[in-house]
Design a protein around this ligand. Structure first.
Ligand SMILES: [Ca+2]
Length: 452
């Protein structure tokens, strides 16, 4: 079984071709000229119609010898003005190798009382098997469905035609399953499905399903769009920056909304949203001009069915070289280490989860900062660093611990006030925010600031 759909949401005014969008590609296009239009739509931004009463056809090849059944559905809108001369618009048809299998025809199109007709293959010409009693409503969306079962002889085929108002589940008209008719000669195969349209007949959302096990409505369920963004990016301060969302959809894209959260070096966030730009987000004059900023970027794509897909990425805007880490044996005293660690690297590296640091006396209104090299041995998915046992001799200080990645990128920050308190720096998504380059993981550091 294979499902296939096309919501006909191509660019407004563009001639419909086999491959120019509007949904999944057609196998071929023939007959009159068809165009996408946003003048109306059952779902999504638009639909398609023909530019004259010369009927255009969209053809979809089925699964060859594996297609003893084919089911089709489409939404149609008839102008309130009858066509000038055309009587029949075969909106849904299935074909076998020897010609037509079954057809759902809009008949009486030049009258005010059009009907739907089910016809199947005959010797020389199609044979009408059923005509609806109700008229086809004009000036509103109507759903039509055609089921075809290919028999293995001219008397073992079956077909069914139905008409509904919009997405209703109870039909306005139903032929029932017409059996014992010729749909495929003796081939047992339905090989393609065709949708037709004329001027005055707008068509939207065509669904096709084939295979031996096709049952129920042929309209396949809509699939949420897939969205992807490039991974972690590092850009220079002030440099314009842009990114492109890669979107996969079985229909159209109704909207694209971006959110950019700026996380500054002091942990302040500034959220901005951008709904224009569609698939591309560009930060030009609004790009960060100061380093030490992280941008958390997310995009939400909504398709014509109202389903959404989302993706996130991170952009680091590093600071200047003045924030390079100290050497492992750097001397920042009078800060000192408390506890059992023999070296600063060990104290703040893999082998220690509890490290005490001692600040110097800090006069009121002053501050003191010490940077501690950090040497994790390997990249990891998550990173937890605890700066504990803060000891001061000047009463309560406000102590801030920050975890910095290479290139001056602030990864995490935490503040506390009580002497002896513990500050935990947790980076659950370290592999994303820091990356997986081992040299990067060997070039990280923690800054501890005491403010009296
Ligand atoms: Ca549409």
């Amino acid at each position: 079984m294979a499902s296939w759909r096309n919501p006909l949401d191509g660019p407004d005014g563009t001639t419909v071709t086999a491959a120019n969008g509007g949904g999944q590609a057609w196998s071929s296009v023939t007959g009159g000229t068809m165009v996408y239009t946003t003048s109306r739509a059952f779902r999504g931004p638009g639909c398609a119609t023909a530019t004259s009463e010369t009927i255009g056809y969209l053809i979809r090849n089925l699964s060859g010898s594996a297609s003893p059944r084919a089911d089709m559905v489409a939404y149609v809108w008839l102008s309130t003005t009858p066509l000038a001369s055309t009587q029949d618009v075969p909106v849904l048809r299935t074909y076998t190798s020897a010609g037509i299998a079954a057809a759902l025809v809009l008949r009486g199109m030049s009258s005010n009382n059009p009907k739907i007709v089910l016809s199947t293959r005959g010797s020389g010409s199609n044979v009408d098997r059923w005509t609806s009693t109700p008229n086809i409503p004009r000036g509103t969306w109507v759903r039509v469905e055609l089921n075809t079962e290919a028999g293995t002889s001219p008397t073992t085929g079956a077909a069914r035609a139905r008409m509904y108002a919009g997405d209703d589940t109870t039909p306005i008209a139903d032929s029932g399953l017409v059996t014992g008719v010729d749909t495929a000669g003796s081939s047992g195969i339905v090989q393609d499905a065709r949708a037709g349209m004329s001027s005055g007949v707008w068509v939207d959302h065509i669904g096709i399903r084939d295979g031996a096990d096709a049952t129920g409505s042929p309209w396949p369920s809509a699939v949420a769009p897939t969205v992807a963004l490039p991974g972690l990016t590092v850009v220079a301060p002030g440099a314009p920056w842009s990114t492109v969302a890669t979107v996969g959809t079985d229909g159209s894209i109704a909207s694209t909304a971006w959110t950019v959260t700026r996380v500054s070096a002091d942990g302040v966030t500034d959220v901005t949203s951008q709904t224009t730009g569609q698939g591309t987000l560009t930060l030009g004059s609004t790009a960060p001009t100061v380093g030490g900023v992280r941008l958390d970027v997310s995009v939400v794509v909504t398709d014509g069915d109202g389903l959404t897909g989302t993706a996130t990425t991170t952009v680091h805007v590093p600071t200047g070289a003045n924030l390079r880490p100290l050497a492992v044996d750097g001397q920042g005293d009078p800060w000192s280490i408390l506890g059992g660690a023999a070296t600063q690297g060990q104290a703040l590296g893999d082998g220690s989860t509890q490290t005490g640091v001692r600040s110097p006396d800090v006069p009121a209104g002053a501050s003191s900062t010490r940077r501690w090299p950090l040497q994790p041995a390997t990249p990891r998915d998550a990173l937890d660093i605890t700066v504990g046992g803060l000891s001061t001799s000047a009463g309560d200080l406000t102590v801030t611990a920050q975890l910095w990645a290479p290139r001056g990128v602030l990864v995490a920050t935490k503040s506390g006030q009580a002497s002896g308190s513990t500050l935990s720096l947790s980076v659950p998504d370290a592999a994303t925010t820091i990356g997986t380059d081992p040299t990067a993981w060997a070039d990280m550091w923690v800054a501890v600031t005491a403010v009296a």
